[in-house]
Design a protein around this ligand. Structure first.
Ligand SMILES: *Cc1c(COP(=O)(O)O)cnc(C)c1O
Length: 220
């Protein structure tokens, strides 16, 4: 696993340099969903500090103990968030990448006011217009970003997308970058095990890599 991690780090650096970018401008989010603490441990021990989880419940069981053992761990929520789990998510996560509807945005704004803690917010965009997939539609993104940032005062720091599995992701990465640029949003979370190098070429600042680090997920 740790050799996988080094391999991915090298590939990220090479992809960045290949297109004239600085490797440190790209953050590897190691997606540890489904994997148990014993599997995550060696990756933490080799210095990785940013991790992605897709379920609040699962992350709440695994991560507090790991966070006690390692400093500066940053957790990104990359799965859909139900409003009734939002407060729990705010407590545990540093970044919520999947804000995609007014109801959730308003709930987060309320929680941030009530709690001492805030997390960074990314807006999830459904670039492929997939019915079953979460995310705000591209044509509604500007208006939703304005609602989150200007009306609700949420710390909108990024956008994220999960392209359709059966399509070339390039057009989706380009669309996400357009939305980010015209809204003055700095961070782009895009690219997974199969296409993170392509995502870096198209401007990704955060790549979410699971399988290529931890191996195939049990039960998938
Ligand atoms: C699981 C997951 C990933 C990681 O996918 P891999 O193909 O295993 O690298 C990235 N992003 C999201 C939103 C995920 O749910």
């Amino acid at each position: 696993m740790t050799s996988n991690l080094m391999d991915i780090e090298e590939k990220i650096a090479a992809a960045a340099e290949h297109c004239g970018r600085v490797p440190k401008d790209i953050t590897l989010v190691a997606v540890s969903k489904v994997h148990i603490a014993e599997t995550i441990l060696p990756v933490l021990e080799s210095g990785q500090r940013v991790f992605g989880e897709n379920r609040v419940q699962e992350a709440t069981q695994k991560w507090p103990a790991l966070k006690n053992r390692f400093d500066n761990v940053k957790l990104h929520l990359i799965g859909p968030l139900q409003t009734n789990k939002a407060r729990q998510a705010v407590h545990l996560f540093d970044v919520i990448e999947t804000v995609d509807r007014p109801k959730l945005a308003k709930m987060l704004a309320r929680i941030f006011e009530e709690e001492a803690k805030k997390c960074d917010i990314y807006i999830q965009i459904n670039t492929g217009h997939e019915k079953q997939k979460a995310g705000i539609l591209p044509e509604s993104a500007d208006k939703f970003i304005t609602l989150c940032r200007d009306d609700l005062k949420l710390p909108v720091k990024g956008v994220m997308c999960i392209p359709p599995f059966d399509e070339d992701s390039t057009q989706h990465f380009k669309l996400l970058k357009e939305i980010a640029d015209r809204n003055n949003i700095k961070n782009l979370s895009m690219g997974m095990s199969g296409d993170f190098e392509k995502a870096i070429k198209n401007g990704a600042t955060h790549v979410r890599v699971g399988t290529a680090i931890f191996g195939t997920r049990p039960g998938y």
